[in-house]
Design a protein around this ligand. Structure first.
Ligand code: URA
Length: 199
């Protein structure tokens, strides 16, 4: 089976397995993720908002527009990265995802990662970062790539949080612009198993 079909199957399984039935009844549709199944970079956000719920695609509102601009700034677009969320139905009134909701979606997020095998996973905001790197604080960890269990991660501020906050916005753009360098360092690494911090 090719990777695109495998990703489609993950989305189908979320529905047939009945993940988070309470969230499902309040949502318009599932927002499984979008982009290239062979993407080198995978972006993981928090959960769909109103626009995403309506369109069935992640990051298509104001934060998504900002994300698209930052992608264009480093010569990428939505088709050559993969974008998803830790929780794939819109929480009511855009509340934060609950720990049990994050836990329920985790196996499916892990399956998406296993299929895509991204070189770099970029967390958009602290909720996504906390799932994988609970020991870190986003205020200190943002913009620094690190390797854990063989996977390289880059925590970033959430684009929605940074959108209207001048200082944070510029920090996010600066951090985001490090992605090509980080990918280059990953490609150049002599020993990919080595635990290494990219400053
Ligand atoms: N914020 C997120 O975290 N995810 C989306 O898909 C949209 C906004």
């Amino acid at each position: 089976m090719d990777k695109t079909a495998a990703l489609r199957q993950v989305a189908e399984r979320i529905a047939t397995d009945g993940v988070c039935p309470q969230l499902r009844v309040g949502a318009t549709q599932l927002v499984p993720g979008e982009g290239g199944s062979d993407a080198a970079v995978m972006f993981i956000g928090e959960a769909p908002g109103a626009h995403e719920d309506k369109q069935g695609k992640p990051f298509v509102g104001a934060a998504g527009k900002f994300l698209n601009e930052m992608l264009a700034g480093i010569g990428l677009d939505r088709q050559n990265v993969y974008i998803t969320n830790i929780v794939k139905y819109r929480p009511p009134a855009n509340r934060d995802p609950l720990p049990e909701e994050i836990k329920a979606f985790m196996p499916y997020l892990q399956q998406q990662i296993n299929i895509i095998k991204p070189k770099l996973i970029v967390f958009l905001g602290r909720h996504a970062m906390n799932v994988f790197l609970p020991e870190l604080k986003i205020s200190q960890a943002h913009g620094r790539a690190l390797r854990k269990n063989g996977q390289v991660y880059l925590p970033l501020f959430h684009p929605a949080a940074a959108l209207y906050n001048g200082g944070m916005r510029q920090t996010l753009i600066d951090d985001f612009n490090r992605i090509p360098l980080i990918l280059q360092k990953i490609a150049d690494e002599p020993n990919p198993e080595q635990k290494q911090l990219f400053k």
